[in-house]
Write a protein that binds this ligand. Structure first.
Ligand code: N7H
Length: 604
């Protein structure tokens, strides 16, 4: 089914010495990222095996002491980047992937309620913070050190309270997706903290998770000292890259993790030492071709954000939280169970009714073929070579035609070329990639929103869109399911799906905005004219509670017949992506973990 296994790029530039100044000319004005202070998964662990331990804090004082010993085991972005660079250098020299270097990483994040318990004494924290170089000359007000300083309303309330009203999750109390029935993070079982463990092999993962579980229950710190943890594990979620032929793909069969925002900024302050190498010789504001570079404040507190007026000029610094929020990030997790059999049944039946193939319908719903090839560039059939090519598989816009990168444009070995595959055409009408296609809904690129009279609206345009991006770090859970040919036997109530995880600096403006204002909103970029729906819902992840709790979702599907395109409205009431758990967390910096647990700064 998939021509060759794609090795997804680890998020790290090449060895610094391999960079040249011409490779990153704009970076001199970009911020220096405190990679020794930022937790590693924000930059990206990129591991095939992960376990998430969802925790309840039963005794805040015991937990604080336990955390104090735990901090040195929390992986920094610096460690992860150093490993990724070494890994890449070895792979490049050997020519194949080997197990020469391996690593196991740990990160930790907290709910608002948990941080309220850990950071409620503003005076004490302010006094303690004076010993930390980063906080020394900061605010003189004790209230700015309390967790209550977090302004994000979604984070303050938690996911369970907003699931039905904001995210559109099932309202019916008996529905599996209603937060009253979630396996963790619902109205009855919200988590205070999550520990993420990631490893190259499941053996390494089991060892590390075993050590953490033992330290939680055996009254010992992770370093072996006597210490009650003040913790209880309320849910353990394992996740893993799917086995061949689905490696790198999610359960419906589509390649995942293709498009990610590129981060501006340098690692060491040297302008050549960029976090994201600039590989498009025709556009130095991109990483890989099509990967727009964003100011890191979109994802990490304490750095400039995007400027909604001009994406190439930095905006304000993201700091809507306590003083110690700097170098931290909000983490949204959502356990999404997938009904694989029903999804394929729907594809086959609907495709047949409309005289097209199930593969084409799937590609229209996602915006990419199963191989990852974008439908904007490959409108009639899949092309795995394009899906596999990181220089080309993200190089397209929706409103303007694509630009070829010729061999002669590539003046450095790291530069991409992109002339071997057809380029995208301008698709202002959503005929090639439907407006409600999953990738067009969740990242509309250069799309322009229009009101009922055809005037442009500010909510969607190339610059404002960049303020609603997500750094996705999800991983599949459960075994693959290959639906039997007999469609009657296809009901798949198996325990499999996507463990969605994403980092951002505003949950309201990023994860919730994308889900509520774009994905679930049938008028999305085109407001209704004369009562006709003009975009529809994202049928992959869309959630809705219509009249009487009805879950009907619509999708406007363009069908080409005899050179003419007609728009067909397809409908479904079925849920094949079902929320079964989740939470809103904050992943503090290493210094903040030290401050909250009573440990000295590691960065003196
Ligand atoms: Fe999505 N899928 O398999 O169909 N997603 N997603 N997602 N998603 C993407 O670029 C999928 C979910 C985004 O920059 C691809 O990685 C499934 C949630 C964003 O072009 C595929 C589930 C949210 C992008 C899928 C799921 C998002 C994206 C294309 C749930 C946020 C990048 C490959 C089970 C609210 C868009 C890729 C861009 C891409 C699938 C969940 C958001 C194949 C099955 C909950 C921002």
């Amino acid at each position: 089914m998939f021509e060759q296994q794609l090795v997804r790029e680890a998020p790290a530039s090449l060895m610094k010495t391999e960079n040249v100044a011409a490779f990153s000319p704009a970076a001199a004005d970009e911020p220096v990222l405190a990679v020794d202070n930022i937790q590693g998964n924000i930059i990206g662990f990129n591991k095939d095996n992960q376990t998430m331990l969802f925790l309840r804090i039963t005794n805040a004082e015991h937990f604080r002491r336990w955390l104090k010993d735990f901090v040195p085991f929390v992986a920094t972005a610096h460690e992860v980047l150093t490993f990724n660079r070494l890994f890449k250098a070895i792979r490049r020299r050997r020519g194949v992937e080997t197990h020469t270097v391996q690593a196991t990483w740990i990160n930790i994040a907290f709910s608002f309620d948990a941080l309220q318990k850990l950071a409620k004494d503003g005076d004490a924290l302010q006094k303690e913070a004076a010993k930390f170089p980063d906080y020394k000359n900061k605010s003189k007000k004790a209230k700015d050190y309390k967790a209550d300083a977090f302004a994000d309303e979604a984070f303050r309330q938690g996911m369970a309270k907003r699931a039905v009203n904001v995210l559109g999750d099932p309202k019916s109390k008996t529905a599996e997706g209603n937060p009253g029935n979630w396996v963790f993070g619902g109205t009855k079982n919200e988590a205070d903290a999550v520990i993420i463990v990631a490893a190259d092999s499941d053996e390494d993962l089991d060892d590390e998770v075993g050590r953490i579980e033992e330290s939680i229950y055996a009254g010992r710190s992770i370093a072996g000292e006597h210490a009650l943890s003040g913790l209880q594990i309320i849910y353990k979620q394992n996740g893993a890259t799917l086995p061949p032929p689905l490696t790198g793909h999610e359960h419906f069969g589509f390649l995942d993790g293709v498009s990610q925002p590129g981060l501006r900024g340098t690692i060491s302050g040297d302008a050549t030492d960029v976090l994201t190498p600039r590989q498009n010789p025709l556009d130095l504001n991109q990483g890989k071709p099509g990967q727009d570079l964003l100011y890191p404040g979109e994802f990490i507190f304490g750095y400039p954000q995007q400027n909604p007026q001009d994406k190439n000029i930095p905006g304000i610094v993201a700091e809507a939280g306590p003083v110690w929020a700097k170098d931290g990030s909000f983490l949204v997790v959502r356990r999404l169970r997938q009904e694989v059999g029903n999804f394929h049944k729907f594809l086959e039946e609907t495709a047949q009714a409309n005289g097209i193939s199930a593969d084409l319908l799937g590609a229209k719903l996602v915006g990419r073929w199963k191989s990852g090839a974008p439908i904007m560039r490959q409108p009639t059939a899949d092309e795995p070579k394009l899906g596999n090519n990181d220089c080309a598989n993200n190089h397209f816009e929706f409103d303007v035609k694509g630009t070829e990168i010729k061999q002669s444009d590539a003046t450095l070995p790291e530069h991409c070329t992109d002339f071997k595959f057809p380029q995208a055409v301008a698709d202002e009408q959503g005929l090639r990639c439907p407006f409600a296609g999953h990738i067009r809904k969740t990242y509309p690129r250069d799309d322009k929103g229009v009101d009922a009279s055809g005037h442009e609206i500010a909510e969607i345009n190339e610059d404002t869109t960049q303020t609603h991006r997500l750094l996705r770090r999800g991983i599949p859970f459960g075994n693959p399911y290959f639906p039997p040919v007999d469609s009657e036997k296809r009901k798949d109530s198996g325990n499999r799906g996507l463990f969605f995880a994403a980092y951002q600096s505003s949950i309201v403006e990023q994860f919730e905005f994308v889900q509520a204002n774009w994905v679930n909103n049938p008028e999305f970029k085109n407001q209704s004219a004369g009562g006709k729906l003009q975009s529809g819902h994202d049928l992959i992840i869309g959630q809705t509670n219509g009249k009487g709790g009805k879950r009907t979702r619509h999708f406007i599907l363009p069908i080409v017949k005899d050179d003419a395109t007609s728009l067909v409205e397809i409908k479904t009431e079925e849920d094949w992506v079902i929320p079964t758990g989740g939470g809103y967390f904050f992943q503090p910096s290493i210094d903040a973990l030290c401050l909250l647990s009573g440990r000295d700064s590691e960065r003196n």
